[in-house]
Design a protein around this ligand. Structure first.
Ligand code: PGA
Length: 249
């Protein structure tokens, strides 16, 4: 059975004092929920966040990692470093990493393998650009992203994968995919995984939607049968908004 997940991606926001304050508020206000709740603060605040949430069910996850075990990669962070502070889940392939930091499908495939080798859980992000959707290439683009980064994995590896479909045109723009557009793509993703593997792999993987999810639209999006939760950017920065989104699932 796939799990419901609501994850907050804080991107390059909040210093350590603000991180602690919001996480303390969030954990105090956390509603009773079956969903897994995760927050991804920036690197320097990860260890502090783990301490702040020591007795909370909220999981602290990382926004990125390097594929190498260690070595001369100035500014980078390895899987072992994350595991060393009890961070066991990592976001890989966010569209901002692809767009601003040149992360290609090939690099992302290496990162996924590196994380899985360390038994980490991977939240893999992908999604089409506006021009892909306008030219009706969105299904092809998404299929290619999945194929290039994930379809060489063994079926057994998929128990450690969470997918986050994030159409680039909906990220931070205030423009959300309609619940129908999200459902249509999520169903397509499950069909594609069924063809590459089998129905059991496809039905057991959680597929989150991301892109301008807010308290006002979360319930409708999460209500769709193939949407298993959300990866939330802007609205996860405010505890009350994130709590309202968690309550919608
Ligand atoms: P947004 O970001 O909710 O601010 O659109 C989503 C994301 O980038 O994961």
């Amino acid at each position: 059975m796939r799990s419901k997940i609501v994850a907050g991606n804080w991107k390059m926001n909040k210093n350590s004092a603000d991180t602690e304050a919001v996480l303390t508020e969030l954990s105090a206000k956390l509603p009773d929920t079956q969903a897994e709740v995760m927050v991804a603060p920036t690197y320097v605040n990860l260890a502090g966040a783990v301490r702040t949430l020591e007795s909370s069910v909220i999981e602290v996850i990382a926004q990125n990692m390097h594929f190498a075990e260690s070595g001369a990669y100035t500014g980078e962070i390895s899987a072992d470093m994350l595991l060393g502070i009890n961070v066991e889940t990592v976001i890989i392939g966010h569209s901002e990493r692809r767009a601003y930091f040149g992360e290609t499908d090939e690099i992302l495939a290496k990162k996924v393998v590196a994380a899985l080798e360390k038994n980490m859980r991977v939240m893999f992000c992908f999604g089409e650009e506006l021009e892909d959707r306008k030219s009706e290439n969105h299904f092809k683009v998404v299929e290619t992203q999945l194929k290039n980064a994930l379809f060489s994995l063994d079926a057994s590896a998929w128990s450690k994968i969470v997918l986050a479909y994030e159409p680039v045109w909906a990220i931070g723009t205030g423009e959300t995919a309609s619940p129908e557009q999200a459902q249509e793509m999520h169903a397509f993703i499950r069909k594609t995984i069924t063809e590459a593997y089998d129905a059991s792999v496809a039905n057991n993987v959680s597929i989150l939607y991301g892109g301008s999810v807010k308290p006002a639209n979360a319930k409708e999006i999460f209500g769709k049968p193939d949407v298993d939760g959300g990866l939330i950017g802007g609205a996860s920065l405010v505890a009350d908004d994130f709590v309202a989104i968690i309550e919608s699932i």
